[in-house]
Ligand binder design. Sequence first.
Ligand code: FE2
Ligand code: FE2
Length: 166
Amino acid sequence: MFSAKVQDAINHQVNNELSASYIYLAMAAHCEHENFMGCAQWLRLQSQEEYGHGMRLLDFLLARDGAVKLKAIAEPAVKFKSIANVFEDALKQEQETTKEIDELYELTLHEKAFAALVELQWFITEQVEEEKTAREIVAKFHMCKDDPSALLDLDRELGGRAPTGA
Ligand SMILES: [Fe+2]
Ligand SMILES: [Fe+2]
């Protein structure tokens, strides 16, 4: 079993992942409202992925006989200047998550919570992928600028995202 410090930190990360899920859901709703149905589909799937990350940590905590303590999820901000801006925010959010995971890893290392270190390695690898994907999408939006046909193509491409098991 983990120290109270490690349990608190994992519970906090469950909240971070569920908050990310909620923010992606708000982004999806915004895009769908703006008729960017492909972007909305991509973001809905991303929301589900983040929910999966939260559940993965929750299940891990329970498997180690830890105490789950669910916290309040903050209301997402839904002010976006453009659809590109939605994905710029998504990239920022992923960069923040990477920091959170790194800090959690550092804490578990310090606390010698070895099972958590192994579990968190999955999250470290996942963040490399998450940041890379978001960065590529932002770059594509920057290439499209305000060209409607390019934006429609990109929307169609994002809508082709296949569901992935988190
Ligand atoms: Fe995540
Ligand atoms: Fe993520």
